[in-house]
Design a protein around this ligand. Sequence first.
Ligand code: SF4
Length: 236
Amino acid sequence: MSGEGHVVPVGGPRSKRAFELPDKKTDEIKRANRILTALKKRYPDVRCELDFTNSHELLVATILSAQATDVGVNKATPALFERFPTPADYLGVTAEDVQPYLRTLNFWRNKAKSVHATMCHLHEHHGGEVPRTMEELLALRGVARKTANVVLGNAFGINNGVVVDTHVGRISRRFGLTEHEDPVKVERDLMALFPRPSWCILSHLMIFHGRRVCKARGGSCESDSICRRHCANAGA
Ligand code: SF4
């Protein structure tokens, strides 16, 4: 396989916009795939840790997950989803009516505005359905590239990009897969290194490893077999 840089559509199959990816050497790509294989073997039951039963619930949960834990979001969403089961149910209320369901989360006032505006927008412009393109998702209030990638990958199985949250960024740097701090630049490196069908699962694998082994304030460096093999910090 060649390590030449390439361009991928960023907004779904009909998008004319493209995401230019950096050049990667063949041995870098092979090494990345060895890491992917090891993580898949370690975490065979990896999954999105947000609770949802349909695409609009996932969109809401992902908006709420900014600066919040998945556990915290999962505690808040059952009552919210029961009160507002569909996007149409947000039409007759205001953002203030959504606030009481989100008070346990950071930035709950803003999140209530985002959820309310987004659900009303879905009803008014998308027939109550969550759109399946990056451009349409980015037009929604409270939705940036990371949220759009979560929804596309987990609700629709569309590998449009790689979700880069704090865990994915940290693990990517510690494994030597990127030198960047900027999530978009990290994402480009990961997209260039890993096969497209793996992009959604890759972020879950890194998040699992980040939560269980390679925590922000120090990992189990020497005692973990994946780390010993793939991270320069092990044994340092
Ligand atoms: S060796 Fe340490 S720093 Fe490196 S990935 Fe493992 S836990 Fe994280």
